[in-house]
Design a protein around this ligand. Sequence first.
Ligand SMILES: [Zn+2]
Length: 370
Amino acid sequence: MQSFRLGRILGIPVGVSSSWFIIFILITISFSTQFAGLHPDWTRAQHLAFGIATSLLFFASVLLHELGHSVVALHYGIPVKSITLFIFGGVAQIAREPGRPAHEFNIALAGPLTSAALGTFFYTVGFLTRFNLEGVSSLGEWLGSINFALALFNLIPGFPLDGGRVLRAVVWKFTGSFERATNIAAGSGQLFAYGFIVFGGWKALTGDFFGGLWIGFIGWFLLNAAQTSTAQVSFRRALKGVTAGDVMAHEYLRVPGSLSVAELVEHHLLRSGARCALITDGERFRGLLTLHEIKKVPREDWESTSLQSIMVPEESLVKVGAGTSVSQVLQVMIEGNIGQVPVVEEGRLLGIVGRDRLLALVETRLELKA
Ligand SMILES: [Zn+2]
């Protein structure tokens, strides 16, 4: 999904997805219309101004909800990669799953608690200004109820909603199994998702077409998310107990760094179809070269360019040890968006793990163990 960076808060990149702009406009129009109905004495400019202000404060509230999760995650030493606002709200992307049920519980609960606190704040503002500042009071009441609605909606006990994560933390604590907990929480998430779809469909057919459609969409979105998390768990289960050393390929192209690009292409890549070469100096591993680096060199310079001058040097490569679990290797690949990871021990190259290799492994294991 295309997303636009807004800046950083607490060191976390914050952005909005392109879908967000659509929802921002729709919500602004909706708020302005509500204000027009409630305060017919205002001018149209006032309706619009309050509509925009409510919209902005609404999204600021969603952002604060996500920051609530993020602050607790950071407290437990889990990095937060980004916060993105999109059509259905916000998402704080944490770098990895919490390692303990209590951590998951607290991270999940921090969001709804933030929303409830914001709700109380806005209601108080609305209450205090009710006699002298009609507009502000109206706005405070709106945002108060929106934030409480946000807290309650997120507490629905179906994964991936916050309530589902709380449920997962509790089941995890009592069963000791993260997998089982995820499956139960995701199952409950699917149940609620179907509930939303049915309810939305019913509403759409009985008069409230757009409201119903919207609820149906939320259900569909939740259903997808719940199914994805179940799939991720079975993926992780399929990879359990396998290490980089088990799955790494030993047959890879290794060449000395003094070779020219032309020689590599002519004699190796074009003959074997290999897409990457490992640069070694005797037993020592020096670096890695993929088609990506080669294509950056103009063709007329291939003769005169040595591999070591364009390779990604060993020091700046992401590497793993033979004992690294395959799920961790996969995580590294996803995080760095890389297709292959060298397996290195004490500077010696043992092999290389490629994404295709991992996928083949998952397929085999799912087929034979299912
Ligand atoms: Zn949340």
